[in-house]
Ligand binder design. Structure first.
Ligand code: AMP
Length: 424
């Protein structure tokens, strides 16, 4: 198979690493690429949103399957663009990707399919939104309806905080049109976990669960980020609860989207809050999680590529995936200043030394190679240091030992990834 992966982060490096191991693979490309991905895939210098160029490349190179990683091309319709040119693409259509592109749409699906989620109301009018907050009181959650790079959610502890969020989103348009309408919802209490499934429009194959760490600092302090690390499996979400969430959240959403004539194919990600009343949906995402993907794929024993093909073909019903019975962890190394103003350009040494350690994988997220081949930081989240082990403690210590082998004074990481699992 000739495969094209779209995206250039740590998730796409992990996807490429996994696909590259498949005996079914003839050749792998990735658009764009980073120096880590370049070790397993050929570089296609086309941006993830340049559909015209991507379609032309896929056609010219007789690509058998396109695998988009990030949400932006999916929400913008990359699957539709490929399909229009008869190029197989394993991702949701633009219509199905509204599950991530619009919070209000997700709530409609939850209502129609009976999926447990926070009580909510949607507002197009800022005065009505403020009035609702005054009536309901805090804590309360304000969400920009559209995509806001993971920053459009404010969990407000006070009424004033909630009203400031409404002013910023709807008045000052801090997130552009994404904030033209807002969803205001009940604040859920509990632990958060992410559940993943590969879907073929009708059948959902579980890919496991992981727990992410959103805050930048140790002890869950500081601003929210795209994710500073993840581990799997999360012990507070045992297999029986995962099965219940597959049946109560993932499968009903799939059935409802099919009923509406917009079946969902691709990676479906349910962000869940484990409340006293059971798992409730916080959000759907229409792609694999980053960094959860980097923690989950090293546990996969089976070949990923035929699973992706079966998902595209609508044949997951008779498909099974096998997993290593190991704990897995991914620690994100970020550039100093992340998430506000990451410093770019610093040199990173010792990556080979780290990757050579047993049970360690180093995925690149925001790196570039300079003219003399030195690896430099080029983004906020820069590296993913991943390790597996017999249990979470072993995986954790292995990953941090690998970090110790990396010489990058301008980088930092959290030192407590996996703490909820370790202290249980
Ligand atoms: P989202 O972009 O919807 O995933 O929201 C980002 C983060 O905000 C989530 O990961 C949660 O930590 C938090 N959050 C979102 N909705 C709620 C809610 N209803 N109750 C409590 N926390 C929430």
């Amino acid at each position: 198979m000739r495969v094209l992966v779209i995206g250039s982060g740590g998730r796409e490096h992990a996807l490429c690493w996994s696909i590259a191991a498949s005996p079914l693979l003839t050749k792998l490309w990735c658009a764009p690429v980073n120096p880590g991905i370049a070790a397993v895939a050929d570089c296609v210098p086309i941006g993830a949103l340049d559909f015209t160029a991507l379609v032309a490349f896929a056609r010219d190179n007789a690509i058998d399957l396109v695998v988009p990683g990030p949400e932006a091309p999916l929400v913008a319709g990359v699957t539709d663009a490929m399909e229009a040119a008869s190029i197989p693409c394993i991702g949701p259509s633009r219509a199905a990707a509204r599950l991530e592109g619009s919070k209000a749409f997700t709530k409609q699906i939850c209502d129609a399919a009976g999926i447990p989620t926070a009580q909510y109301e949607r507002f197009d009018d800022a005065d009505a939104a403020r009035e609702f907050v005054r009536r309901r009181g805090a804590p309360i959650v304000v969400k920009a309806d559209g995509l806001a790079a993971g920053k459009g959610v404010v969990v407000a502890r006070t009424e004033a905080e909630a009203i400031a969020a409404i002013d910023a989103m709807m008045g000052a348009r801090a997130f552009g049109d994404a904030g033209a309408s807002v969803v205001i919802e009940e604040c859920l209490l509990g632990q958060e976990v992410s559940l993943f499934a590969l879907c073929d429009g009708e059948t959902a194959l579980p890919l496991g669960a992981a727990q992410d760490h959103k805050r930048v600092g140790d002890g869950d302090t500081g601003p929210n980020t795209g994710g500073m690390g993840a581990y799997a499996p999360p012990p507070m979400f045992p297999p029986a609860l995962q099965d219940a969430a597959m049946d109560g959240v993932i499968r009903p959403a799939l059935a409802e989207l099919k009923r509406r004539g917009t079946p969902f194919r691709g990676f479906l990600y349910a962000g869940l809050m484990l409340t006293d009343q059971g798992a409730k949906l916080i959000e759907f995402n229409v792609r694999f999680g980053d960094p959860e993907c980097q923690a989950l794929l090293p546990k996969l024993k089976s070949d990923l590529l035929p699973a992706l093909q079966a998902a595209y073909d609508g044949e997951l019903r008779n498909f099974d995936l096998r997993w290593h019975d190991a704990a897995s962890i991914c620690v994100v190394m970020a550039a100093r200043g992340y998430p506000d103003a990451p410093e770019r350009g610093s040199e990173i040494r010792g990556l080979d030394r780290a990757a050579a350690l047993p049970n360690v994988l180093v995925f690149h997220a925001g790196t570039e190679a300079d003219a003399s081949g030195r690896i430099r930081a080029s983004g906020g989240r820069v590296l993913n240091i991943c390790a597996t082990g017999a249990d979470l403690r072993v995986a954790h210590d292995t990953a941090y030992a690998a970090i110790g082998a990396i010489d990058w004074p301008e980088g930092f990481c959290r030192h407590d990834i996996g703490w909820r699992g370790l202290t249980r």
